[in-house]
Design a protein around this ligand. Sequence first.
Ligand SMILES: *Cc1c(COP(=O)(O)O)cnc(C)c1O
Length: 344
Amino acid sequence: MTTPIDLRSDTVTRPTPAMRAAMAAAPVGDDQYGEDPLTNELQARVAALLGKEQGLWLPSGTMANQVALRVLTRPGDEVVVSREAHAGWHETGGSAANAGVQLVEVGARGVFDVAALEAAIKPRGLPVYPPTTLVEVENTHNRSGGIIFAQDEVVRICALARSRGIASFLDGARLWNASVASGIAEAELAAPFDLVAVSFSKGLGAPGGSLLAGSRDLIVAATRQRRMLGGAMRQTGFFAAAALHGIDHHRGRLAEDHANARCFAEALAAQRSVELDLATVQTNIVVLRLRAGAIDAATLVQRARERGVLVNAFDARTIRAVTHLDVSREQVERAGATLVELLD
Ligand SMILES: *Cc1c(COP(=O)(O)O)cnc(C)c1O
């Protein structure tokens, strides 16, 4: 069988020959002694790109989020997040297990406004309430279909948080996509937040790695938490080389992924059995609902697989498709046509 067109996630990409060459040629050292040259370069470069004092490489975005929670909260605290935030839905309970916090979801479709944050903040000084100590924004928002968080609202949210002594964290696993699609520089998107996470293994196509950026003090604390969680590695330069290559060569092309996602979404939105608001297709993710009476998600996923197209089912009626470096416009068109045929 020919290679399937894999739209399950932008994490399925394999390093390109040029990325593999950069990895193979990487000079490396023991990062626990601060002696891995490319990790040091990557941390400095991405911290500067995000307008923060210092950066810290971590093996995964999940660990970056968990470390951020442990640095910015104490067990028993409450954290305000968007509906269906990655931290609550895709980290297998880690926020409760590792940081001991409870997450409160607010807003709708992956975003919320400053009034929703204000309403969710528990009053301080009453012994029955957990203290609200952190607000987290996810930009772009994964489960809501790669939605971009409006930056003027981000500024208001973080200003309110600061005025109430609440820390702020940006889960920017796909901040690169948000920046390319909005035309707003990463540093501006990151500016209102105390701590920011970005990923190298999604749109940039590296085989692994994320980074936390913030003030020197927060990164010192994060470095300890990374080690405590078992994420302190040694010759990380092989990963850093891949990340640097992705930043230099794959960041600009994200616009292609966005155009491909739109092309796929337009084909499917025209179907009567599909519920898909094209206004939600802002970057490289398409989340669509199958109407009652239409084929269910599990069956559609199975039949599409038999025809060489891979997509994910989020629930019985929700499908997610993600475009990336390893799928061309032609393949995305073919995948769209295959799903349309199966829906008929
Ligand atoms: C993928 C993702 C993560 C976690 O990254 P991993 O490297 O897969 O652990 C965190 N946040 C968001 C929004 C993501 O989409």
